[in-house]
Design a protein around this ligand. Structure first.
Ligand code: PLP
Length: 394
């Protein structure tokens, strides 16, 4: 007898991975240049040169035994100190390196955080549309996911809906800004308002509510927009950061969890994070990557390519009659499907070799996600296919 639940999770891939695998098969059949794969958020921009240079320097000039050895379970102390100093300077806040836990990316940051705080019967709120793996992570941590819609059209927070969803079982709310799949950024005023709401609900219900801010896209922002530093507005905040997209290193698996030093009983919460990391086997994040990111803290992948892709896609699709939400960050475009059933729309898109992700698993049916982290040339060549697809609905 094995775990039926885990077996089912392993057998049934996420819809994104399903399309990604189909794309590999289709590319082998008809040639990679004939398939327009907008399925997965794999950065198309190379990691900054600094990353390569730092790695070469580390490999050439550091004692290999030390370089490749285990770090402390929570991450190397020097690395955590460097990250803490950088955040403190960037946002003019106090950060405690002893409240930072190095992880294998945002997925691990989220899983570990949820296991640290959740008890059976707890509820965790996600704002739709949301990254579909939240459901897997929350349920694995023994809690259940409560989906709360965002405002129609703008995908901004609907405070009435959030207030109505919070109850005595609510352990946490996950926010993700810039957002996957909409690219929406929550304005600082709204983060402050959310903080006020959560404090008021804690007081009313006599409970503790954690704010988990999932931030793999924090550095991928267009038009000089500002992404709020969430712990400034709510003390019970856990930041789940990842370098996957900011430094174009998704395959290297590196990120961190930051516990706000203002959080009541921050030391105990951090201990629970260390315990969850231990229980899940997420200890000693890759050492070479820890040392590398600590020396690339102010570097970011070249966002100008994504900005150009965003402009080209938004303008072109709008002219064709698609209803598009202009993204402020990340590298996804959320587009209204031309029929109510997004799966049927994606199937029809496949006839033109356009691989799009239906939005149902993001908790917001009727849309498709287009990951535009591809070569600009791919978008240019895909435009006639988008036009033909829309034509079939005219
Ligand atoms: N959260 C969101 C919103 C994401 O889009 C992703 C990856 O695409 C993750 C978490 C997982 O990121 P990582 O690759 O750093 O584990």
């Amino acid at each position: 007898m094995i775990s039926e639940k885990m077996m089912q999770l392993g057998k049934k891939r996420s819809v994104i991975r399903e399309i990604f695998e189909y794309s590999k098969k289709r590319k082998a059949e008809i040639g990679a240049e004939n398939v327009f794969d907008f399925s997965i958020g794999n950065p198309s921009v190379a990691a900054p040169e600094t990353v390569k240079n730092v790695m070469i320097d580390l490999l050439a000039n550091t004692d290999p035994v030390a370089l490749h050895g285990y770090t402390s379970a929570q991450g190397d102390a020097g690395v955590r100190a460097a990250i803490a100093k950088d955040i403190a300077e960037e946002f003019d806040v106090t950060v405690d390196p002893n409240l930072i836990y190095m992880t294998c990316g945002a997925a691990a940051s989220l899983t570990v955080s949820l296991h640290a705080i959740c008890l059976p019967g707890d509820e965790v709120i996600a704002l739709a549309p949301f990254f579909p793996e939240y459901r897997v992570f929350v349920e694995k941590a023994g809690a259940s996911l409560r989906v709360v819609p965002t405002l129609d059209g703008s995908f901004q927070m609907d405070f009435d809906a959030i207030a109505a969803a919070i109850n005595e079982k609510t352990k946490a709310i996950i926010i993700n800004s810039p957002n996957n799949p909409t690219g929406v950024i929550f304005p600082e005023a709204d983060i402050a308002k959310l903080g006020e709401l959560l404090r008021a609900k804690e007081a009313e219900l006599g409970t503790e509510i954690y704010l988990i801010t999932d931030e793999p896209y924090r550095k991928l922002v267009y038009g000089g927009l500002h992404v709020a530093y969430v712990p400034k507005h709510y003390a019970r905040t856990l930041v789940c950061y990842s370098y996957s997209k900011a430094l174009s290193l998704p395959g290297e698996r590196i990120g961190y969890i930051l516990v706000s030093p203002d959080m009541p009983a921050a030391g105990d919460v951090y201990a629970a994070i260390c315990g969850a990391g231990r229980a899940l086997g997420f200890v000693c994040a890759p050492s070479l990557l820890q040392y590398t990111v600590a020396k690339c803290l102010r570097d970011t992948a070249d966002v100008s390519v994504y900005a150009a892709n965003r402009a080209l896609l938004c303008d072109s699709l709008r002219k064709m009659g698609y209803q598009v939400t202009e993204p402020d960050g990340a590298f996804y475009l959320f587009v209204k499907a031309a029929e109510a059933d997004a799966y049927a729309f994606c199937d029809r898109a496949k006839q033109f070799e356009l691989l799009l992700v239906p939005s149902d698993d993001f908790g917001c049916p009727g849309y498709v996600r287009i990951a535009y982290c591809v070569e600009t040339e791919t978008i240019r060549r895909a435009l006639p296919a988008f036009e033909k697809l829309m034509e079939t609905y005219r």
